[in-house]
Each structure stands twice: as C-alpha cells, then as structure tokens.
Ligand binder design. Sequence first.
Ligand code: GLY
Length: 378
Amino acid sequence: MDGTSDVIVVGAGVIGLSIAWRVAQRGLSVTVVDPAAGSGASWTAAGMLAPVTELHYEGRELLALNVESAARYPAFVADLAETTGMDVGYRRCGTVVAAWDAADLAALRDLHAFQVSLGVDSHLLTSRELRAQEPSLAAGLPGGLWAPGDHQVDNRLLHRALVRAATAAGAPLVSARVVGWRQAGERVTGVLTDDGRQFSAGTVVLAAGAWSGVTDGLPDPAVPPVRPVKGQTLRLRGPRELLGHVVRGSVRGNPVYVVPRADGSLVVGASSEEAGFDVRARTGAVFDLLRDAQTLVPGLSETEFVEVSTSVRPGSPDNAPLIGPSPLPGLLYATGHYRNGILLTPLTADLVTGLITGTGAVPPVCDPQRYAAEEART
Ligand code: GLY
C-alpha cells in the first residue's frame, strides 16, 4: 500500500480541495488525488457568487442551498486568508442585470416577481436607474434588475489558496489519475492510480467535477449521473473604472455576463454547450460572447484581449449537486454542481465534513439518493 489515510478525495478542484482542507482541519488524515489540479471548471469559471441572478424558475429548492453558501463566503475567505496569507479577490460588488429590449424587460419583470415571491433581495431598475448604477452600459437600454447580494470571487486565486491551505493542513496532493477502485465486498476502500500506486481510506470522496461520471473502474451502481456541459470564458484587460459591478444580460436571447476584477481584468462568459468532453475553443462561441458583451458594454471594444478558456461544468439531471452517500458504502459524492461550483464551495465542504465526522446531514435537494427515490415514485 502506498498510502493509508482516513479520507481520500478524488479531484483537486475548488470542491475537492475545500473538503480536504476542512476535513484535515478536524484532525483527520486526507490524501487528494488529481492528475492536473485545478485545470477544469475551477480554472475556467468566472467566480460569480450569484444565488439570485443564477435563479431559474425550476431552481426554487436550489436557491436555499445557494443563499446559504453565499452567506458562508465571508467567513470562508477570512479563514483562508488567515491560513494562507492570500487575498482571493472576494468582492461584495453586487450584480446589475440589463434588459436588451422590451421583451427582455418583460421577462425580467416576471423573474423579479418570482424572486420577490421567494424573498430574495432583487430590485427593478428603470432605464435611467440602470445607467446611473452602471454608467458604462449602452445608452437606451430599457431597464433592468439590481441584485445587491450577488458578488464575486477570483476563482483562480481561490484555487491557489485552497492548494496552499489543504497542503498546510496536512492533506498532500498526489498528482495521478484514478484508474481503479479498491473494494472489500461492496465497500469502497481506496483507489488505484495510473502510476501503479494504491491508496486506501475509510472514506473516499468523489469530487472530480464533470469527470465524476467517467472515472475509470468505478463499479456501475456507483457511477453518478453527471455529464459535461461545455463552457467558454474570455479574459480581457481594461480600464479599472470600466465597470463597478458584475453585469449580466441577454442579448437577442443569448445570455452573457461580464465580471470586473479589482485589478482591472474582466471575465466574459459563458457559453453552454452539450459537446461531451470536447474542450477546444469554438470560434462561434467566442464571437457570440464578444459581440453580446460589447453590445451591453460598448467600452469593452477598447480592452486588451487576453485569453479564451474552455472547460466542462458537471451537469446533473436537475441542475442541483450530488452531495452525500453514493449507493456504495465508503464512497461519498461531492459533484454535479453545474453552474454553481464556486458558489457552493464553502457549503459543500461543510456538508461533506459533517457527514465524515458524523456531525451533520445533507438537505434533500442535494442528497444523491433523490434520483432513486424519484424513480421509485414513478
Ligand atoms: N455560473 C456561471 C456559469 O456557469 O456560466
């Protein structure tokens, strides 16, 4: 055996690392396994912490989870800063949603009524109020929404800090790919890696993002219903004063967002494509994002184009995550976070830590057993 620990975490994105850090803080030994830590959605994400503006009509139950995780962010990043000395760019900047035309404004008004019925903090803006809130928006937009509680974090800095925090807490990172699973009867007891090593643990946590559904050798009943949903983001560098808030909108039906970092860089996102694991940048997606973002914020045309980044989100059948016991004893899931992985990082870490230490349970909306229960009902 090449290593024995209390917990193995498969996946070193922000979800896997935050679990490793929190579990190690409780005094348990943890090993993290990933062939390319942080190269997936944790890298491509824009870092929006947007329970309100990512709320869709079907997402009522997910909202409570997202709001709870957003509320945990200030303490989470403060703890990370204390541990690592790193500032992860948590900005309480709020989000402006701009309507592009009258039809869009009507849709935003409906969405606002739904948001208010759920008790979230969201305000309609007139055309004049929209421009006053964010003067770089195009002239003549008919109105919009203001979500004062939807903030942002720099996901790349967050990942870097979590590597440091997990390592400092005694959770080493093994740079290898999981190619097999150790079992004692039904129970999962460890993993085999592509460099020929074997690791054993009392609990294994599958936190491999979109790759959770295709991890080699995972016995069939334990393969989670997670699929890749391709997303592309762009990085630009512009004048620091261009935008003061996250800006979202939908231009002729195409959703787009622009996230201004404190250092003057801007993240534009994001495409959403069912394209398997094809992570090549697609010209049409880049074109659409630039065209739509520039339509809302004309000043973007003068920024420096820095980067296209492409990865796959871990989609689930109902867009809610799978956090909790798998069908096999010894194996927990922390995956399927879809569009909310960065947002749900603090809460996921706490929920999984609670399960491992026997001090907590998971809410039904993210319990992986909900699909089996649903099937039994139908
Ligand atoms: N949370 C934003 C996105 O997935 O594009």
